[in-house]
Ligand binder design. Structure first.
Ligand code: ATP
Ligand code: MG
Ligand code: FE
Length: 341
């Protein structure tokens, strides 16, 4: 099997070809960091225009590099949400046009499903079920992944996502955008215990997350002028990791221990986060699986892979399928949350 994947939900424009043997046959990613850096965050309108300019040549380059035609693909997969709607529409409409022109089926992929299944692209031994910590720019969730399309959400953030908190901390420290890798780098030179920072929700009964209070505490620490930037970065990262560990432990208390603990999403690229979760997995006699760094942040290989995983289900999407700015992986849990978490 061979699937062309397209990703355009945030600020990476990406295309990739992935086959059924887990080979990334070809891939290209164009990051928009330079366009958004002056604003300290992603500007939706600028992102949509950049996707529109870059996506078609990127897809052409991937097909050419692999020496493959659309005829040889089994499906065209594109992120259909959640994300910035202008960008999502660019990718999804492009995929519709390619599907229409080639007569190949369309797969409208949930970006979060792309992240959730990405660890299986790199690790053939990772089987269902697994406990997934999905930590990205817009999400922080614990999901029991029981199969393709079978996601049971055990916890979510009641305010900010962790990637967002990394980005805000970077902005406060003048480290620029994107912030996660910059905070991680500076944190290596700091003392994680030097600045007293809160661990929101640690010890609470439900395994949910909260990072708004941590973010405000970082702001106060910066404004006080009493601390070295590196100590603030290290303190913030340690507080965040302590929250992840405590909340994941709490979720594990509630379920039969699955064979593997898995982390995915942009923040999964963080070495301190990976190290801490690896330790937690060992405590519970679980395998620990984290995708290689380039598969953690947004990419099209994970979208193509989600397409490969979906192929046997035969659930293709019609050409009028809609782009969705919001699209929960577990709609049942989302409904409960709407009623107050
Ligand atoms: P979502 O997937 O929730 O829709 P997104 O696609 O914008 O959001 P990702 O691309 O998966 O998010 O992840 C980007 C986030 O990951 C950013 O907030 C970024 O700061 C963070 N991030 C990337 N690398 C690191 C790192 N090394 N340490 C911490 N955070 C990181
Ligand atoms: Mg990005
Ligand atoms: Fe993402």
């Amino acid at each position: 099997a061979l699937v062309l994947g397209i990703e355009s939900s945030c600020d990476e424009t990406a295309a990739a070809l992935v086959d059924g043997d887990r080979r990334i046959v070809a891939q290209r990613i164009a990051s928009q960091d330079e366009e958004h850096a002056p604003y300290g965050g992603v500007v939706p309108e600028i992102a949509a225009r950049a996707h529109a300019d870059r996506l078609a040549p990127l897809i052409a380059a991937v097909l050419e590099e692999a020496d493959v035609t659309l005829d040889q693909c089994d499906a065209i997969a594109a992120t259909a949400g959640p994300g910035l709607i202008g960008g999502v529409m660019v990718g999804l409409v492009s995929a519709k046009a390619l599907a229409m022109a080639s007569g190949k089926p369309l797969l409208a992929i949930n970006h979060l499903e792309g992240h959730a299944l990405s660890p299986r692209l790199a690790d053939p031994a990772l089987e269902f079920p697994y406990l997934l910590l999905l930590v990205s720019g817009g999400h922080c969730q614990l999901l029991l992944v029981e199969g393709v399309g079978e996601y049971r959400r055990l916890a979510t953030t009641i305010d900010d996502a962790l990637g967002e908190a990394f980005d805000k901390t970077a902005k406060l420290l003048g480290l620029g955008y994107p912030g996660g890798p910059a905070v991680e780098k500076l944190a290596r030179e700091g003392d994680p215990k030097a600045v007293p920072l809160p661990r929101p929700l640690v010890g609470s009964k439900e395994p949910h997350f909260s990072f708004a209070g941590l973010k405000s505490a970082v702001l106060r620490a910066v404004e006080s002028g009493e601390h070295a930037d590196a100590d603030i970065a290290a303190g913030f990262q340690q507080a965040a990791v302590d929250c992840l560990l405590d909340r994941t432990r709490r979720a594990l208390d509630r379920i039969d221990t699955p064979p593997a603990l898995v982390v995915a999403g942009g923040v999964a690229a963080n070495q301190t986060v990976r190290g801490a979760l690896e330790g937690l997995a060992a405590e519970h006699d679980m395998r620990f699986v984290a995708p290689p760094l380039p598969l953690c942040t947004d990419n099209a290989a994970m979208i193509a892979w989600a397409g490969i995983e979906r192929l046997p289900l035969g659930q293709f999407d019609p050409l009028d399928v809609a782009a969705r700015p919001r699209w929960p992986l577990d709609p049942e849990a989302e409904a409960v949350r709407g009623a107050g978490v």
